[in-house]
Design a protein around this ligand. Structure first.
Ligand code: FA5
Length: 345
């Protein structure tokens, strides 16, 4: 019996050694150490042994079991390590290979110009305000000194939804709404960017939907000098320190006096060219001192408070700044046009 057990041990150890995978090793374990395995089988014949021999054989059988178990455990670890090493080798990443380029988007040129203008005014203490694009006739016109039937309403052809509701034609209604919220108490210092809508025929310089940025300052002792200084800072920051501005008399029902601001033409440096229509100047925005009627309608005492306001079109500003010849490029989403602005990020 001793001989048989030793032979079994040797055979088992050889099979453990030869096992090439975890599955195979498990089969060896089951076949030698399982209840129906050969060791158990041999031990069944113990009844025929003498009382002296029996405990000896029992001890030997246990020792052999332990040796085989240990050998299986060791082999198990070995095979597992091998499997991990193989997996690691198969999944190795060569970090020295050149990367594949990842294409990223870039901000829309209108977003860029609006953020640039916002940053400038926030730096001068302005807050950014917003208002609805679907607006009441009252805020879009009446509160801005444009009662029903006023001929100046024709300056801004409108998309009406009902008799009293329209798509706002400019960002100026945010002036009226903001002043109303201040309940007659200054100071008010806001800029307001947003979309506006007009029944204009689309062409190279007109769109039926475009962007505007409104500015409004109301406080005691605000003068035309403050307006001019502010616009000068704006023009030089956005268009370059060498640009001059000029204010021309104009008309808006909500400002008195009203002006139009031009900047000197960058291309011809004031000598006259095709871009500035031979004038040396390019029109950029409308502005003026807030009309006393507008202040009063919003609850401000126009004897105590004065203010200035301006309204500009970022579409046309971006066209001037980046040399874009057609406003429709902003809205037709041709990726080749939009991609050109990635380099300037
Ligand atoms: C106004 O809309 C006034 N609310 C501006 C203002 C505010 C004046 C506060 C005084 C005080 P205007 O209609 O000129 O003004 O429009 C302002 C700017 O919007 C223009 O200078 C132009 O840049 C832009 N704009 C006007 N119509 C269009 C259009 N159809 N497409 C693209 N941009 C336009």
């Amino acid at each position: 019996m001793e001989q048989k057990l030793k032979e079994l041990e040797m055979k088992a150890l050889e099979e453990v050694k030869a096992a090439s995978g975890l599955k195979e090793l498990n089969q060896v374990r089951v076949s030698y150490l399982g209840k129906k395995g050969p060791i158990t089988e041999v031990l069944r014949g113990m009844g025929k042994l003498s009382a002296e021999e029996r405990p000896k054989m029992g001890a030997l059988a246990n020792m052999i079991r332990e040796t085989i178990t240990k050998a299986i455990e060791n082999k198990n670890v070995e095979l597992e390590n091998e499997a991990v090493a193989k997996k690691l080798e198969a999944e190795t990443i060569d970090v020295t290979l050149p990367g594949r380029p990842v294409s990223t988007g870039n901000r829309h040129p209108l977003t860029k110009i609006i953020e640039e203008i916002e940053d400038l005014f926030i730096g001068m203490g302005y807050k950014v305000a917003e208002g609805p694009e679907v607006e009441h006739d009252y805020y879009n016109f009446e509160a801005l000194n444009l009662p029903k039937g006023h001929p100046a309403r024709d300056m801004q052809d409108s998309f009406y939804i009902t008799e009293e509701i329209l798509m706002r034609t400019h960002t100026s209604p945010v002036q009226a709404r903001t002043m109303e919220k201040h309940e007659g108490k200054g100071p008010v210092k806001i800029i307001c960017p947003g979309k506006v809508y007009r029944r204009d025929n689309d062409d190279a310089t007109h769109s039926h939907q475009f962007m505007q940025i409104e500015g409004l300052v109301v406080d005691e002792n605000i003068t035309m000098g403050d307006l001019k200084g502010t616009l000068e800072v704006f023009a030089k920051k956005i268009f370059g320190a060498d640009r001059e501005i000029r204010l021309r008399p104009s008309f808006f029902p909500f400002t008195e006096p009203s002006v139009e601001m031009d900047i000197s033409c960058k291309i011809c440096r004031g000598n006259g060219c095709r871009v500035c229509k031979q004038t040396g100047w390019i029109e950029v925005l409308g502005a003026g001192m807030v009309h006393p009627n507008v202040l009063e309608m919003a609850g401000f005492d126009s004897k105590k408070y004065t203010g200035f306001a301006f309204g500009m079109g970022p579409d046309r500003i971006a066209m001037l700044k980046y040399g874009i010849d057609d406003i429709r490029h902003f809205y037709t989403n041709d990726i080749r046009f939009l991609k050109q602005f990635a380099v300037q990020e």
